[in-house]
Design a protein around this ligand. Structure first.
Ligand code: 13P
Length: 277
C-alpha cells in the first residue's frame, strides 16, 4: 500500500530499525524493490534521481506509485536530489509527496534558502522534506583532507539549519560518499553522535552502498533511520546482464527476470542489514 515517508520513518523509529531507500531507473528496478520488501514484510522507500526522471519522466513516477499502491507492504515514493525548485511542482503534479531538495552544492545560507523555498511548496501539500547539511563527495579523489573535513556535517549548525530550512529529515555527511568506496569507509561516529544529540529528526545516510553489517548496525544504533542505496543495485542489475551474456541467454524476458532477481536479492540483503540490532 502506498504511504507517506512520515509514516514509514515513524514505524522504523518505533521498531528500532532503519529503512532502505532504493534508487530505481526502470520497471525492473521498481519490481525488484517491491518484491524484496514483500518477501521480508517490511516497508521501503522507492526513490528516483533526477537522472532517472530525465529518462523515465512521469511514466516512471506513475509506475512506482502504482506499484506502491498494489503492494502488500507500506511503500512511499520519494524524489531524491532535487536541484531545481521547478522539480517540486513537477513531482507534486505527478503525485509525489516526498522530496529531497539538495542544497548541498551551495554555501550554508544559500542551502537554507533553496531548501526552505522547496520546503514551503512541499509543506503546502503536507509533504515530507529531507535536507542535506554538508556535502557528499562523489569520490574522494582530488579532495584534500581539509576540504574533506569542510564537507562534513557540522553538529554546531544542525539546530539552526533544521529550524530555518524547515525539514523533516536530515541527510548527514560523516565520511559517507556516493558510489564505490575505493578503500574501507571511514565514518566519523563521534560526529554522528553529536548530530544525534542536537536533533530528534530522522537522520539519513546517503552513499550506503558498500557499508559492512557492523558499520550499518553502529549507524542504526547512533540514529540513522534511512539508508540510500543506488550503486549496489546498479551493480546487481549489471551482474544479471553479464551472467546472461556469459550463459548465452538471448531471450529478453529471461534476461529481465535474471536482472530483477539479482536486484531483489540485493534489496533483501540490505533490508536484513538494516534490521540488525
Ligand atoms: P550509493 O550510490 O553510494 O548507493 O548512494 C545512493 C544515494 O545516496 C542516493 O541518494
Amino acid at each position: 500500500m502506498i504511504t507517506s515517508s512520515f509514516d514509514i520513518l515513524k514505524w522504523a523509529n518505533s521498531s528500532n530499525i532503519a529503512i532502505g531507500a532504493f534508487n530505481v531507473y526502470n520497471f525492473e528496478g521498481v519490481k525488484a524493490v517491491v518484491e524484496g520488501a514483500e518477501q521480508e514484510g517490511v516497508p521501503v522507500i522507492i526513490q528516483m534521481h533526477p537522472a532517472s526522471l530525465e529518462r523515465g519522466s512521469r511514466s516512471l513516477i506513475a509506475m512506482a506509485l502504482e506499484a506502491a499502491r498494489l503492494s502488500t507492504v507500506s511503500i512511499s515514493v520519494h524524489l531524491d536530489h532535487i536541484d531545481r525548485i521547478a522539480s517540486v511542482s513537477e513531482g507534486i503534479d505527478a503525485g509525489i509527496t516526498s522530496f529531497m531538495p539538495d542544497g548541498s552544492r551551495y554555501d550554508y545560507d544559500e542551502n537554507i534558502e533553496f531548501t526552505k523555498l522547496c520546503a514551503q511548496e512541499i509543506r503546502s501539500i503536507g509533504g515530507f522534506v529531507e535536507g542535506e547539511l554538508g556535502r557528499l563527495s562523489g569520490s574522494e579523489d582530488n579532495v584534500t583532507i581539509s576540504d574533506y573535513q569542510a564537507f562534513l556535517t557540522d553538529p554546531l549548525l544542525v539546530d539552526d539549519y533544521v529550524s530555518k530550512a524547515r525539514i523533516n529529515a536530515l541527510a548527514i555527511c560523516i565520511g559517507n560518499i556516493h558510489g564505490k568506496y575505493e578503500s574501507e569507509p571511514n565514518l566519523d561516529f563521534p560526529r554522528l553522535y553529536k548530530i544525534r544529540e542536537t536533533t530528534e529528526l530522522p537522520l539519513v545516510m546517503h552513499g550506503a552502498s558498500g557499508l559492512s553489517d557492523e558499520m550499518v548496525s553502529q549507524c542504526v544504533r547512533a540514529g540513522i533511520s534511512k539508508f540510500n542505496v543506488n550503486t549496489e543495485l546498479r551493480q546487481a542489475y549489471i551482474s544479471g546482464i553479464t551472467e546472461a551474456v556469459n550463459h548465452n541467454i538471448t531471450d529478453l524476458l529471461s534476461i529481465m527476470n535474471l536482472c530483477v532477481s539479482k536486484m531483489r536479492d540485493m534489496v533483501v540483503l540490505k533490508i536484513r542489514q538494516y534490521s540488525l540490532q
